[in-house]
Ligand binder design. Structure first.
Ligand code: AMP
Ligand code: MG
Length: 483
């Protein structure tokens, strides 16, 4: 087992060293065995419980709270930082890659402002399951290693059970870290942080000379962010709070509190009911991703060579736009079972989404039914589509488009390879949380296991988990930032 905390190599004003406020008499509710194995962490159950409940850390780890800032809902907030989480350090995996371990719910820090520094079981479960679901769908995300709770009640809208969990990420360096350094025009600090990011997250860039390396890092982060957001759009994932302090420079899904996998397709779906203006609506994510990247790039510009600065920034922003457009179209084309690009694909996808939005069609189910339709005789009607002229015309276009495929017999299979059967809908999260709050953690374990293989059938789960939500109360559940 190999642990360290490389963040201590950075200047001391980057963090506050401190210990967690322990959760007394904490019970370990879940250990992510596949993740523990992939990181080669061989801790005994009791050692993992002690670490997750903020009591004892294994040798090599030592905790700190990071300072950062960021734009929240469009406004700069200079007072941010880890307010209820601590970076414990890094695990070194068998390939010598570093993985940040961060304890969330670890108590107050100098950056807590008025917060209590705690996490509640509800949001801990949501992050625990959400990260695993995204990862299994092939979308980069932070994941959780272990989860514990105790009998303390934490005040939110009501009193809720307290929890703590260890989050694993490629890094906890956020766009907001760079905004903080730019605010103080701390050039030296920014160079040190940039070198740290290259060393710990993008070591392949070390081969380039320093100026190329800095430009290439910006390009890479923006391209990867575009790719990430294309992934979200293609699976109907809404992040909920895309503030710049919730954007990781490793381009992993990060700090996704009130997230949702969409039920009925609604282009402007807002999953966070604190987001009254829809700044972070589903349709806005690609633009907000770009906005966040621009804020990041402006801050990062401090370390770029002045003569090349404008050209590098313009290039990086173009890279975001091109990557997003390309990756999004590739992913949506695959959802339609199509493999060979054709000029009409963009419009075919856009028109389908518009029709789905108007007809309240379940985003996940539509594609499963489309695959079934492919295996039936021509002329059969999609069971979810209304019998309207607009839909008939769309299906005619789609059928003509399918004929352009080199291997039409593979269309159904391609759709199924890109359409999960089991999706972590919010009502499923809700059922897991309610069971857990009543002391039953069995469903948490079963749902966690099933999420790891989302393209398969899981007969061990309640049958209704495979159906699109039927009851209005199960659909489009919105959540607040409160966690
Ligand atoms: P989040 O909405 O989780 O991304 O948090 C935004 C900022 O508020 C971060 O600086 C958090 O550390 C801080 N924060 C959120 N909730 C709490 C809490 N209960 N106690 C202390 N700080 C918090
Ligand atoms: Mg955050």
């Amino acid at each position: 087992m190999n642990f360290c905390n490389r963040y201590f190599e950075l200047p001391s004003h980057f963090y506050s060293q401190l210990n967690a406020e322990p959760l007394h008499e904490a019970v370990l509710l879940h250990a992510n065995q596949p993740l523990l194995a992939s990181l080669s962490i061989g801790l005994e159950q009791e050692a993992l419980r002690q670490m997750t409940s903020g009591q004892t850390l294994p040798p090599g780890l030592s905790s700190l709270a990071q300072k950062y800032t960021g734009h929240q809902f469009g406004y700069y907030n200079p007072d941010l930082g880890d307010g209820r989480g601590l970076l414990l350090g890094q695990a070194i995996d068998p390939k010598h890659r570093l993985w940040d371990l961060h304890l969330k719910g670890a108590g107050q820090t100098p950056y807590s402002r008025r917060g209590d520094g705690r996490a509640v079981l509800r949001s801990a479960i949501r992050e625990y399951l959400g990260g695993e679901a995204l990862h299994a769908l092939g979308i980069p995300s932070t994941r959780c290693l272990s989860l514990c709770h105790n009998r303390e009640a934490v005040r939110r809208e009501t009193y809720e059970p307290r929890a703590a969990y260890i989050r694993v990420a490629k890094t906890h360096v956020r766009f907001g870290h760079f905004e903080w350094l730019a605010e103080h025009r701390d050039l030296g600090g920014m160079q040190q942080l940039t070198d740290y990011v290259i060393d710990t997250v993008y070591p392949e860039l070390r081969a380039l000379n320093p100026q190329e390396r800095y430009a290439e890092l910006l390009h890479t982060i923006l391209r990867n962010t575009a790719d990430l957001i294309a992934g979200w759009q293609s699976v109907g994932f809404c992040h909920g709070v895309l503030n710049t302090d919730n954007m990781s420079v490793a381009a992993e899904t990060f700090d996704f509190g009130p997230y949702a996998f969409m039920d009925d397709f609604k282009i402007h779906h807002i999953c966070n009911h604190s987001d009254t203006e829809g700044r972070y609506a589903y349709s806005q994510q690609p633009n907000i991703g770009l906005w966040n990247c621009q804020v990041f790039a402006q801050a990062y510009a401090l370390i770029l060579d002045e003569n090349q600065r404008d050209a590098i920034l313009a290039d990086a922003i173009n890279g975001y736009v091109e990557t997003y457009n390309q990756r999004y179209l590739d992913k949506m084309r695959a959802k339609l079972g199509l493999q060979t690009p054709q000029p009409q694909d963009r419009e075919l996808v856009a028109d389908l989404l518009m029709l789905m939005d108007q007809a309240d069609i379940d985003f996940q189910h539509f594609f499963l039914e489309l695959a079934t339709l492919q295996t039936q005789q021509a002329g059969s009607w999609h069971p979810l589509a209304p019998a309207s002229k607009a839909w008939r015309l769309w299906f005619e276009r789609y059928q003509l488009r399918c004929q352009l495929e080199e291997n039409p017999s593979q269309i159904a299979q391609t759709i199924l390879q890109h359409t999960p059967r089991f999706v972590l809908r919010n009502y499923i999260n809700q059922e897991v949380i309610e069971a857990a709050e009543h002391g039953d953690f069995n469903l948490l374990h079963r749902v966690f296991d099933a999420l790891r293989a989302p393209f398969e059938q899981h007969p061990e789960l309640p049958q209704h988990y495979y159906q699109a939500p039927r009851l209005a109360s199960q659909k489009g559940i919105a959540l607040s930032c409160s966690s």
